[in-house]
Design a binder for this molecule. Structure first.
Ligand code: GLY
Length: 359
């Protein structure tokens, strides 16, 4: 097992990665101290597959609350139903919530933990690749607003994160591929060597070689941990993690969350790279390198036909990163060299969308 520490002053926490990592739960509850009641907030599909295995790791049976899979559960209504369950269980200030699932369980469960009694401690048990390398780490919790993704949220760091590779084995291929998009993004903004590692290990990654998965998850967690420790509240450095997300979040919303988050981030990276190429910031060869890698990892590399350019622009205008109404994107000038660019013009986005549109 590997342990990556997120070194936020006063609120440091471990990420446990490995087969059987769930067995850390009892130790973590003991370490936290004063815990009388634990409530699990579990994705229903994940619970159907794996809950008995997780429950074996608890010193005494936790309260169990369930959420339906899918982005529609990241809502204030779903949060309200969970608050009802916590009230019934009388979950108190010193008690703990354990989230169990992918990005939706992490974001929604984290949001509920952040707001119940003005914040109780929580442990993220991530079961998708995307959640293991991104959504479970970093403390951003959120639900969606009808106009855009993640508009309602709170920063609230978990007390521990558990990535048990036993839970990842049953993931459908599409889920793995969607998670890989976030991994490519993280490498593209922070670690050129890690990007090249992806290129050299596509078969091992897609074949879910235990060594490859362990390296992929650990390195991503190290990158995320380092960035979050330096800039928890996204005042500067952390913004680079939003590469591909201005366009990606717009696509997710417009496509009614029918494409996975990672699939939209992959398309977002391609569009934002075209924008950077058009500005003379990024060499065409680097944009092609990213596109080739995403394609080899099984991700789609052209936009869905049904998208209207005007709608994409309107959705981009609602992005959280915008300042004074101007659209912001994180653009690359090389692998490992991102920069936040403000005042992106509509015409630039229209031109970049056209390059990634289906021919
Ligand atoms: N919870 C995901 C993040 O903080 O980025």
């Amino acid at each position: 097992m590997r342990i990556v520490d997120v070194q936020i002053a006063g609120r440091a926490y471990p990420i446990f990665i490995g087969r059987g990592a769930r067995r850390q739960i009892a130790d973590e509850l003991r370490r936290l101290g004063g815990v009388e009641t634990v409530a699990i907030i579990a994705d229903q599909t994940v619970a159907d597959l794996h809950l008995p295995k997780l429950l074996e790791a608890f010193p005494k049976p936790p309260v169990q609350l369930f959420v339906q899979p899918g982005e529609a559960s990241k809502s204030l209504d779903a949060a309200a139903r969970l608050y009802d369950g916590l009230a019934e269980a009388r979950l108190g200030r010193k008690d703990v919530i354990v989230t169990f699932g992918g990005g939706v369980a992490c974001d929604l469960g984290g949001f509920v933990a952040a707001t119940w009694l003005r914040g109780v401690r929580f442990i993220q048990v991530a079961t998708s690749l995307e959640a293991s390398i991104d959504a479970s780490v970093g403390g951003k919790t959120a639900v969606n607003h009808s106009t855009a993704k993640n508009l309602i949220g709170v920063f609230h760091q978990p007390s521990a994160v558990i990535v048990d590779l036993d839970f990842l084995g049953s993931l459908p291929e599409r889920e793995i591929q969607a998670g890989l998009a976030e991994s490519v993004k993280q490498a593209a903004v922070r670690d050129a060597e890690f990007f090249a590692w992806h290129e050299a290990n596509v078969s091992a990654i897609l074949g879910r070689s235990p060594d490859a998965l362990m390296h992929l998850i650990s390195r991503n967690c190290q990158i995320k941990a380092e960035i979050v420790a330096r800039d928890e509240r996204e005042e500067n450095l952390r913004a680079i993690l939003n590469h591909g997300h201005t366009i990606g979040h717009a696509l997710e919303h417009l496509l009614h969350y029918e494409l996975r988050h990672g699939e939209c981030v992959a398309l977002g990276m391609l569009v934002e790279n075209e924008l950077a190429v058009a500005r003379g910031l990024l060499p065409r060869g680097v944009a092609e390198r990213v596109q080739t890698l995403l394609h080899r990892l099984g991700l789609r590399t052209c936009l869905p036909r049904e998208l209207a350019t005007e709608d994409v622009l309107a959705a981009c205008r609602l992005d959280k990163k915008n300042r004074a109404g101007a659209i912001h994107c994180v653009l690359l000038s090389a692998i490992g060299a991102p920069q936040v660019v403000g005042g992106v013009a509509d015409a630039e986005i229209v031109a970049a969308l056209a390059v990634v549109a289906p021919k």
